[in-house]
Ligand binder design. Structure first.
Ligand code: C5P
Length: 332
């Protein structure tokens, strides 16, 4: 038998999209109760974890902003440390050397860092042979201590996310063929805490009708639970695109986002929604092929100047699909 940790454990860490994001009032702990339908996408980072030669844990990042060694406060390294504390003496939680290939745009509303952290928790526990030593509830607590979006990635597949991000109800994947998704990420940062601060400030930040977002989100959750067909999800894109309470806040931080979203919607001839606090925008298609054709056309418009995007670099444009529950796990 091979010694634990010598065969690398590999995890795909998928991006997420918020199809809806309803935000309740600020709680006494400073967070907000959410009601959000989150789905994993086919775009994923790849995390590989093995036993380190010495101390401490290490993380090498490839892709994204170029190869570099991660800072100690990186979410993956924090996930290792928190998982190690949770394991305690139940297993030999030896130091880990990790390699992360970034494909998900960073700080984009796609949950890349949170997904990497969830993959790191899972991979670390498996490397240490401690997967059974930590209950599902403890895993959620470890994930939550890293960030509000992390627990979602422990589930796989579409999820109704409530509370601060820790109440998780798995929903069924839309029925029929995979739903195509076009995501476009302009090269501007939107800080999530800042977006929530703007939301709290009200006025410009509050949606026209706060109850409408919540009702749309509840309705979609009920429909997915009952088994919604992919084509029917795509048909609901118009109402879903209006069901994100952070749209106004994101546009208050990056005013050019408003015009950008309008132009993308006009060029695609489709409703365009925002994921999380942005700046990533999405459009839904009945198939991957249609999303790919639209992505190629949008990339052409960005190159020709017909689509002017905020930011120093051209926007990143991907065609992908809503992923099922098995995406977070692959064999080494
Ligand atoms: O938990 P995390 O550090 O990822 O959250 C980032 C920021 O998003 C928090 O500082 C808070 O401002 C906001 N947030 C919130 N309510 C949530 C989740 C996040 O207010 N449920």
């Amino acid at each position: 038998m091979t010694e634990p940790g010598h065969v690398p454990i590999v995890r795909l860490a998928p991006a997420k999209l918020n199809l809806t994001l309803s935000i309740g009032p600020r709680r006494s702990d400073g967070y907000h109760d959410l009601h959000s339908i989150m789905v994993p996408l086919g775009i994923a980072d790849r995390l590989s974890v093995a036993r380190a030669q010495g101390l401490p844990d290490s993380l090498h990042v490839a892709g994204g902003d170029g190869p570099h060694a991660a800072a100690p406060d990186d979410l993956v390294l924090r996930a290792f440390a928190t998982a190690r504390r949770a394991v305690g003496r139940a297993a030999d939680a030896f130091p880990l050397a990790a390699r992360l290939e970034k494909r998900i745009p960073i700080a984009a509303g796609l949950g890349g860092g949170s997904s990497d952290a969830a993959a790191a928790i899972d991979a670390a526990l498996e490397a240490w042979g401690a997967a059974d030593a930590v209950t599902a509830r403890d895993r959620v607590a470890i994930a939550m201590s890293i960030g509000s979006d992390v627990p979602f990635f422990l589930v796989g597949g579409p999820v109704l996310v409530e509370g601060r991000g820790d109440r998780l109800t798995p929903l069924r994947v839309p029925l029929g063929g995979p739903v195509g998704v076009l995501v476009v990420t302009p090269a501007v940062g939107v800080s999530t805490p800042e977006a929530f601060r703007r939301f709290d400030a009200g006025g410009v930040a509050s949606p026209a009708d706060p109850h409408a977002t919540r009702l749309t989100s509840e309705h979609l959750a009920a429909e997915l639970r009952a088994g919604l067909r992919g084509e029917d999800l795509v048909a609901r894109a118009g109402v879903l695109a209006t069901a994100n309470d952070l749209v106004t806040a994101a546009a208050a931080i990056v005013p050019a986002l408003r015009a950008f979203r309008r132009t993308v919607a006009r060029l695609l001839g489709r409703p365009v929604g925002q994921s999380g606090s942005g700046p990533t925008l999405w459009a839904l298609y009945p198939s991957l092929g249609e999303a790919e054709a639209a992505a190629a056309e949008l990339a052409r418009c960005a190159a020709s100047g017909e689509l002017e995007a905020p930011g120093e670099r051209p926007p990143r444009i991907h065609a992908t699909t809503i992923a099922g529950p098995d995406t977070g796990r692959i064999d080494a």
